[in-house]
Design a protein. Structure first.
Length: 306
């Protein structure tokens, strides 16, 4: 409950003026919020700088992907290790401290109003120094997610957004994460909680393909062929997964194929949308439900037309 800074009288949370002395309260509330945010940021800075490397396997240069020890002189060599394990073969990997700090910044940055690019810079330091492939995968995914969030905060029109260098970088980093998962056989994006992280990549693909189809249009007719050419390359990146997470893009591709007269390809897209595993398991907005309804309607229309 706020109090008047002039007379000390209690006030309701939404009060604009003190009912006792008439002093405006909003400035006091703003100061209170700013003070609270300053305290949280001070805590954050203290914790961030308190994160230091120690002699555990978490920071060891010999820790390989999937937490396998790569030090021949270690009693753990070739075995799966825990981050808290340690041995005399320890060699410090500076990249791991950057990575852990970046993950901490990613977790708390939004709540503290930090510029997402600060965490991006820290992730890039980790990548430049060298991480195990599964940590690299997570770092690149986080960079993509953070850059996407930052570009959306600019509130640009769709065409301007697609031209941003950071938009292209966000897509490239997420695509690299997909390739690392495929090549390393980590099964990272097969897990529902990680599959969920690809929903933004799906929306970025859909938007970019749509803008390309408009920009390359002729005679006031959108160019479905241009969008399809772009999307087909993207679908191939996810073909190693049990089901594609690109449900929004597949839905739009189904209608583009249909307009081009490629009925078999259109049906395949719609079927993939209908049978795909959820990307957002909660789907509180009903977005995925709507996509599957559109895909069913499109498939039904094509069957009836045939």
């Amino acid at each position: 409950m706020p109090y008047c800074t002039l007379c000390g009288a209690a006030a309701t949370d939404d009060a604009r003026f003190c009912t006792k002395c008439g002093k405006p309260l909003q400035a006091g509330l703003a100061d209170e919020k700013n003070e609270e945010l300053a305290e949280k940021r001070a805590w954050f800075e203290g914790r961030l700088h308190g994160l230091e490397a120690n002699y555990t396997c978490a920071y060891c240069l010999h820790r390989r992907a999937m937490n396998v020890c790569g030090a021949r002189e270690s009693p753990y060599f070739g075995k799966t290790i825990r981050h808290e394990d340690e041995c005399k073969a320890f060699a410090n990997n500076p990249a791991e401290l950057h990575f852990i700090r970046a993950m901490f910044m990613d977790e708390y940055g939004d709540r503290l109003g930090l510029d997402q690019r600060q965490a991006v810079a820290e992730f890039k330091k980790a990548l430049d120094t060298g991480l195990p492939k599964d940590d690299e995968l997570q770092a690149r995914l986080c960079i993509g997610k953070l850059l996407d969030r930052w570009t959306r905060s600019l509130d640009l029109d769709l065409s301007s957004w697609t031209r941003l260098a950071e938009t292209g970088e966000a897509i490239n980093e997420m695509e690299t994460a997909l390739l690392l998962d495929r090549e390393g056989g980590f099964g990272f994006f097969s897990e529902p909680k990680n599959r969920y992280q690809l929903r933004r990549l799906d929306l970025m693909y859909m938007a970019k393909g749509g803008i390309l189809s408009i920009e390359k249009s002729q005679a006031e007719s959108i160019s479905d062929a241009v969008a399809i050419e772009y999307w087909e390359k993207k679908f191939a990146l996810c073909d190693y997964l049990p089901s594609s997470p690109l449900v929004a893009t597949l839905t739009e591709a189904g209608f583009s194929y249909s307009r081009l007269g490629k009925i078999e390809s259109a049906m395949k897209c719609f079927e993939l949308v209908i049978t795909s595993a959820p990307v957002d398991p909660f789907d509180s907005s009903g977005f995925e439900v709507e996509l599957r309804q559109r895909a069913r309607a499109g498939l039904k229309y094509l069957h009836e037309k045939a």
